[in-house]
Design a protein around this ligand. Structure first.
Ligand code: TRP
Length: 332
């Protein structure tokens, strides 16, 4: 079986370190190992909770494409495209809607959490159904390897249920898919919240300046009882150490710092200076490439346009098979 990789981002804002460790690092790696790789700007999904704000979605198409290109997702190896421009995805979504119950959608843990965060009462049907349209994103090109953050696991599980039901009703067309989660599946937010998320305002962006990084690190939660430098401090639950564990390549150095911190004698300011330098080391090259790429937005749109044409063609091939399986291929 061919190794086909696909992933995507909602264009609702710039991407952050959580995206980087959860999924982008894997995208960059997997594009070399795959027979085919796709990167989607999921504008249709972004509209499921931004229906009244199309400008925001449109403006961020370029931003998320830039973030991915700057991180090394390479248009020579990965087909970049825009979700809304591939009719097969919309068409597949319509047929997949019949394969999933409303109660199953309401039980999806990812969707449940997002609904709690985003909507007080009225939930758009499109939002509740986004796992169905995401299954169409994944299956229109028959991809089976999906690099995503840990929070997306239940959505991928639901995709596999759709695969099973589709094949049972109509004969084997699709294969089950596998999610690939980064070594750090979920990065804590700068405020200590379980997840770095743009909607929670606790993110460090891949385009942040060194000063912005410094400020965000400065505000990070450490140990409220660690008041004086000499006081023993707690490492567990300390956000600065959580980040050093993920981003500082000098593991021995971090272990020594932890020891010193626990004993007392290491101030938060010194620790935070170190983390600022470590994060700047990760982000500076991405930021520099991003600034360079951002000088020619038309070139980026051209990459998306070319990739979209490829995706459209592949989608149409899959749809011919799907229509035949569902017996709606009337006019051959
Ligand atoms: N739901 C994903 C997220 O919020 C984005 C996404 C849309 C996606 N379509 C996809 C991810 C297809 C993987 C595959 O991060």
């Amino acid at each position: 079986m061919k190794k086909i990789v696909l992933t995507g981002d909602r264009p609702t804002g710039r991407l952050h370190l959580g995206h980087y460790v959860g999924s982008i690092e894997n995208r960059v790696k997997l594009q070399d190992e795959a027979d085919q790789a796709f990167y989607m700007v999921a504008d249709v999904q972004a509209l499921t909770d931004n229906a009244d704000n199309p400008e925001k979605v449109r403006d961020n198409v370029l931003e998320v494409a830039l973030d991915n290109l700057a991180c090394g997702v390479d248009p020579k190896k990965t087909t970049f495209f825009i979700q809304s421009q591939v009719p097969a995805i919309a068409e597949l979504t319509v047929f997949f809607l019949n394969l999933v119950t409303v109660s199953r959608l309401e039980q999806n843990p990812t969707v449940k959490t997002e609904i709690e965060q985003k909507f007080s009462r009225a939930i758009p049907a499109g939002f509740l159904c986004y796992p169905i349209s995401q299954a169409a994103d994944i299956l229109f090109c028959k991809s089976t390897i999906i690099p995503v953050g840990e929070d997306q696991k239940p959505v991928i599980e639901q995709c596999n249920e759709i695969v099973d039901t589709f094949n049972r009703f109509y004969g084997q067309v699709f294969h089950r898919v596998k999610h690939v989660i980064g070594a750090t599946g979920r990065l804590v937010g700068t405020d200590g919240n379980a997840k770095m998320s743009k909607s929670l305002g606790n993110s460090i962006y891949l385009s942040d300046s060194k000063e912005e990084i410094r400020k965000k690190v400065k505000d990070m939660y450490t140990d409220p009882k660690h008041i004086h430098v000499e006081d023993p401090g707690q490492v567990e639950g300390n956000v600065v150490f959580a980040y050093l564990d993920v981003f500082d390549a000098d593991k021995e150095g971090v272990a020594a710092l932890k020891e010193q911190y626990q004993k007392g004698g290491l101030g938060d300011a010194v620790l935070k200076d170190r983390l600022t330098e470590v994060l700047e080391g990760v982000i500076a090259p991405i930021r520099a490439r991003r600034e360079e790429l951002a000088k020619d937005p038309q070139k980026i749109m051209k990459i998306l346009e070319e990739g979209t044409k490829v995706a459209q063609k592949i989608g149409e091939q899959t749809m011919q098979e799907v229509r035949e399986a569902i017996k709606i291929n009337y006019f051959k």
